[in-house]
Unconditional design. Structure first.
Length: 278
């Protein structure tokens, strides 16, 4: 662009000279200067077209890379959902309480003939409807991707529960071992979801929707949301099952450690994202 400005300044100077020159006087450039200007202009215009072509090629490559990146990110998300589903299944098998977000589907599955995966899908569908009601016109249709993600996660949860059905324990510390494995897997799954960075799960989507209409920080709202789910689970469990189910010391451990572990895992995954997901 700087070179093109130089050419334009020479042309402008020429026209100004033509305007102000003395009548009968001619402004003549020697042949070398004429050749220099023509060559200079031709070369720069050629370079401009070449640069434009390179920009188009870069743009096309970027678009292809973005499409490939999107596919890789969704695959990465599905892997994260699978890991998370097995984490939930280990927590269920440990019988020390599930994570806060899974407590309500688990209690609901005990109250109905539905599986925990099906109740998870229903809960996510309700969360999506809540987002639409809260945001109304501000709701982005792209967020409806949460729906197929909910079905995938629900079916994976049922598969994981079925796969771990034969896992047993005999002592309290063995229950804790299963619970710790579950917490670790949920944390890894959450980290994969965050690293994939394509869609939020419906539970987090509700919290984000509330934060858009209320001046509350996401962290505080997330804690309040999780506590609300746990309280509802406790009420349903005590009222209809005669005791606490799905909410125990393992729920508290999951609430404390899942986020902390996921935060630590996010650091190496960030490098992985930069290297393989772009």
């Amino acid at each position: 662009m700087r070179q093109l400005r130089k050419i334009s300044s020479i042309i402008t100077l020429y026209f100004f000279y033509e305007k102000d020159k003395i009548p009968g006087e001619e402004w003549k450039l020697d042949t070398k200067k004429q050749i220099l200007i023509i060559r200079y202009g031709a070369e720069n215009f050629l370079l401009s077209f070449i640069k434009l072509g390179k920009k188009v090629q870069i743009y096309m490559k970027k678009e292809k890379r973005s499409a490939a990146s999107l596919v890789k990110r969704y695959i990465f998300l599905c892997i994260g959902l699978c890991i998370m589903a097995f984490g939930v299944a280990f927590s269920i098998e440990a019988n020390l309480g599930t994570s806060p977000i899974s407590s309500l589907p688990y209690v609901s599955s005990l109250l109905t003939p539905l599986s925990v995966g099906n109740t998870t899908i229903l809960m996510h569908c309700v969360f999506i409807l809540i987002q639409i009601l809260i945001l109304r016109k501000r709701y982005e249709l792209i967020q409806l991707i949460q729906l197929p993600v909910a079905f995938i996660f629900g079916y994976l949860t049922d598969f994981a529960v079925w796969a771990l059905d034969k896992v047993t324990y005999h002592t309290y510390w063995q229950q804790w071992m299963l619970c710790i494995v579950g917490i670790l897997l949920v944390a890894v799954g959450v980290s994969f979801e965050v690293t994939a960075n394509v869609v939020t799960l419906a539970g987090e989507g509700v919290v984000l929707a509330i934060c858009k209409v209320c001046p509350v920080k996401f962290g505080y709202m997330k804690v309040g949301f999780d506590v609300t789910l746990v309280v509802i689970s406790c009420i349903l469990s005590l009222a209809f099952l005669g005791g606490l189910h799905g909410v125990r010391e393992g729920t508290i451990a999951a609430a404390i450690f899942v986020g902390l572990i996921a935060k630590e895992i996010n650091r190496p995954l960030k490098k992985f994202e930069e290297k393989f997901l772009y």
